[in-house]
Write a protein that binds this ligand. Structure first.
Ligand SMILES: *[C@@H]1O[C@H](CO)[C@@H](O)[C@H](O)[C@H]1NC(C)=O
Ligand SMILES: *[C@@H]1O[C@H](CO)[C@@H](O)[C@H](O)[C@H]1NC(C)=O
Ligand SMILES: *[C@@H]1O[C@H](CO)[C@@H](O)[C@H](O)[C@H]1NC(C)=O
Length: 496
């Protein structure tokens, strides 16, 4: 067992390499994927109504796997009418980085659909094998909404666990119809759209309605909702709000995953209840939680229920321990967290109300305060940040690091040396904080990567250090920016 697991990654790498070599040979004759770079990207995109662009990096394994499928899809789509163009940009190339920044490329491969000369940009959310790519792009390059003439056409989509938004109109013209089409164009990546002249072909709702109205079908909660305003923004809001389940379920069932992604993308505060879905109390939790969620619907708080089996990532992120489950967490838009461990079903409603009334204290994740802290570089945790950094009256250098970060490991011995050089200077403290295991107070430190270094002088001047990570430069920076210790007279005495 152990030995076969050990080999697996190596085998995968081996296959990936062979695959790319062989496609490189094949494609020498005919390449359907268009290569774009900084010299011709803008001009090429501007000339096309519909271009698909893959941002890749030569070293990326997923990109290598995608390459032959993408090429095959490009060849099939080159003959469709109108032709659909598939292109690629080497985002690793220094000169192309401005393009990838413009399109917010954060991982590889990233695929975007660029419409109307690049004026509308959409995330590619389809499959990654040739046939799936073709089907998805054919649909995306066609009209955003299709006419529903028979009940089967609507049913085939509604049964599919998807959200279908149907416009019912007495005729397919006029401003309301146009606004509906604009809505469909805007949200086509996430929902299915249809329009019809006859509500009777639709499976639910008043079948004699003549419209104009918009009827949204969903596979949960009330199953369909009607809407009669046609302002485009109001329509977008309607679709996004009504298509979110009252309670989003997060477990290993892939059917729920699109809703989980939407849940996390939604700009509202989030309430999350994590528990073991296979315990006997599940039903009690579920009905209580639904009731509360119903109560706060449309009030800027969205609800999710997560199975512990699927939620380990979330546990790590929030610093939750298994013995705290069942646990309910609320995270606000400015990053504040509120937590109730070992919650009982009948406590949910009152706790959420207390939160809304501002009666719950924010929660912060912290490592335990270390019992010994006598290395040259002192350990700071969330619970000691105030005392050691903000209120110590000292000049404090603080490194925010992650345990897995290579640059941090390189910096560690350098910081040790810096700390040793200030060993007998009681006004200077060199510290470090594991930023993956401790929450930082909102709005203080801007930690986007690791390591991040800040310096706080004893008079409260806060500076980010972005000089070279060498002993001499750091020491010089501290000497230049330190202030004489303001408070503690006893620390004065220590000075030799
Ligand atoms: C864009 O420029 C690159 C490099 O000069 C070239 O390989 C590629 O074929 C060009 N693409 C188009 C569409 O002209
Ligand atoms: C169509 O949408 C526009 C822009 O949102 C809005 O100003 C207009 O009132 C809408 N038309 C109708 C009939 O609702
Ligand atoms: C959930 O509860 C079931 C039944 O009590 C148990 O078998 C299972 O191990 C639990 N799962 C987790 C992840 O704790």
């Amino acid at each position: 067992m152990a030995s076969s697991n050990f080999w697996k990654p190596l085998l995968l790498i081996a296959f990936a390499v062979t695959a790319t070599i062989s496609t490189a040979e094949e494609s020498e004759s005919k390449e359907f994927v268009v290569t774009l770079d900084h010299s011709n990207f803008t001009e090429f995109v501007a000339k096309h109504k519909f271009v698909v662009v893959e941002f890749y990096a030569p070293w990326c394994g997923h990109c290598k796997k995608l390459a032959p499928e993408y090429e095959k899809a490009a060849s099939v789509l080159s003959t469709s009418d109108p032709p659909v163009v598939l292109a690629k940009v080497d985002a690793n190339e220094e000169q192309n980085k401005a393009i990838s920044n413009e399109f917010d490329v954060r991982g590889f491969p990233t695929i975007k659909i660029l419409r109307y000369g690049g004026s509308v940009v959409q995330e590619y959310k389809g499959p990654r094998e040739a046939e799936g790519i073709v089907t998805y792009l054919k649909k995306q390059s066609g009209p955003a909404t299709f006419e529903i003439k028979a009940p089967e056409e609507a049913n085939s989509i509604i049964d599919d666990n998807k959200i279908l938004v149907v416009g019912v109109f007495p005729e397919f013209s006029g401003e309301k119809f146009e606004n509906f089409t604009t809505l469909a164009e805007r949200l086509r990546a996430d929902y299915e759209f249809g329009h019809t002249l006859a509500a009777k072909v639709l499976p639910r709702g008043d079948s004699s309605a003549t419209g104009p109205l918009v009827r949204l079908f969903k596979p949960f909660d009330e199953l369909f909702v009607d809407f009669e305003e046609f302002d485009v923004d109001a329509l977008v809001k309607f679709v996004e709000e009504t298509s979110a389940p009252t309670v989003t379920l997060f477990n290993k069932d892939p059917k729920n995953h699109p809703f989980v992604i939407k849940y996390f993308n939604f700009p509202n505060a989030k309430a999350m209840l994590f528990l073991n879905f296979t315990t006997e109390h599940f039903d009690a939790f579920k009905s209580n939680y639904h009731e509360v969620a119903q109560l706060y619907k449309g009030k800027d708080l969205n609800f999710l229920m997560g199975d512990v089996e699927a939620s380990q990532g979330a546990f790590q992120y929030f610093g939750i321990k298994d013995e705290q489950v069942p646990v309910i967490i609320i995270q606000t838009n400015d990053g504040e967290k509120f937590l109730k461990p070992n919650v009982e079903p009948d406590q949910i409603a009152s706790w959420v109300k207390d939160f809304k009334d501002g009666k719950v204290q924010p929660y912060k994740k912290s490592e335990p305060i270390p019992e010994v802290n006598n290395e040259p570089v002192k350990v700071v945790v969330a619970d000691t940040l105030q005392d050691m950094v903000f209120n110590s009256g000292k000049n404090v250098l603080i490194e925010f690091y992650a345990p897995w970060c290579g640059h941090c490991k390189q910096l560690a011995p350098i910081l040790d040396e810096v700390a040793l050089s200030f060993e007998y200077d009681a006004d200077v403290l060199i510290t470090k904080l594991d930023a993956t295991a401790n929450d930082l107070p909102p709005g203080t430190f801007d930690v986007k990567g690791y390591p991040t270094l800040y310096f706080r002088s004893s008079t409260g001047n806060l500076l980010q250090y972005d000089g070279d990570r060498t002993k001499d430069d750091i020491i010089e920076f501290i000497k230049k920016n330190r202030a004489a210790a303001a408070v503690k007279p006893e620390s004065r005495n220590d000075e030799l």
